[in-house]
Design a protein around this ligand. Structure first.
Ligand SMILES: [Zn+2]
Length: 288
């Protein structure tokens, strides 16, 4: 799989966002926009499209988070309840298909920022109330005199191939009938990504991996994951699932998967997910 670099024009203005008067001037600028994120990570929308508005009132660093600049225009994010427009919201998944890569970057970053500030008012070390810095990309503990950064939870997601290049797909018990994806799981404390891949695959399928390569990543701010994608080769094809989280798993050839999808027997992940992208790369013969 070719390394994938999003074609995003979002400028996170690392040099300018620490300057509070400059961020306040962006907030007041008539070209600036603000959108909202609610406590379910849903984004303000109208008829399934991102809804933003011109910022109003004075700039409040605690509430008005600077995502960055797009073509010189500033984009802010706030709690959805702070926006003037009424009601409607949509999930990032619903919105993403209608957004270009720049705006997908803006909205994903906005969701991640709002989710972080909602749970991070206190210093994780001493418990003091922290202050927003860097336009919302940091918080500062006045007691520890240290910056606090947004937390991200790494998770690995793995395309496991057998010797015949068949792909392992699994069905979780909590999913709709027929829905499948590649295996994934969170990285544990003190673990490397590679260790997490070997452990997860062993736990969920009892397969041993003989090779492993990184293919790409995707922020998944629900509430704060970063999905790290790998492709791995399995030794053998004997699968044992736990039967609790994973109900069944099996290897599919490309032809078998195409037939199962056409017959409605299996449903693949939504097109905005890294799982969907990795599966599509494999189906196209580009995942080695
Ligand atoms: Zn502290």
């Amino acid at each position: 799989m070719e390394p994938w670099v999003p074609d995003s024009r979002l400028d996170r203005v690392l040099a300018g966002r620490a300057d509070v008067p400059a961020v306040a001037a962006w907030w007041a600028d008539p070209t600036s926009r603000v959108f909202g994120v609610d406590d379910q990570s849903f984004v303000t929308a109208t008829d399934g499209e991102l809804r933003s508005e011109r910022p109003r009132g004075g700039y409040v660093p605690e509430r008005h988070l600077l995502v960055g600049l797009v073509d010189q225009a500033a984009w802010f994010v706030a709690e959805a309840s702070d926006l003037s427009g009424q009601g409607e919201t949509a999930s990032l998944r619903e919105l993403a298909t209608g957004l270009d890569e720049t705006m997908a970057d803006v909205v994903t970053t906005g969701v991640a920022l709002v989710n972080w500030h909602r749970v991070a008012p206190h210093c994780g070390q001493c418990g003091a109330i922290t202050q927003v810095r860097e336009g919302g990309h940091q918080r500062w503990c006045p007691v520890c005199e240290r910056p606090r950064f947004p937390r991200t939870d790494p998770a690995v997601i793995v395309a496991v191939l057998d010797a015949d290049d068949r792909l392992l797909l699994a069905h979780q018990r909590v999913w709709d009938t027929g829905r499948v994806s590649i295996l994934a799981g969170f990285v544990e404390a003190g673990e490397s990504l590679e260790q997490a891949v070997h452990r997860e695959i062993a736990e969920e399928s009892d397969l041993t991996l003989t090779s492993l390569a990184y293919v790409g990543s995707q922020p998944w701010p629900f509430p704060r994951s970063l999905m790290l994608g790998f492709v791995a080769r399995a030794q053998g094809t004997e699968i044992t699932v736990d039967g609790e989280e994973i109900e069944w798993a099996r290897f599919f050839s490309r032809e078998e998967l195409a037939a199962a999808v056409a017959a409605g027997e299996v449903k693949l992940p939504a097109s905005v997910s890294i799982a969907s992208r990795i599966i599509a790369e494999w189906r196209a013969g580009r995942l080695a």
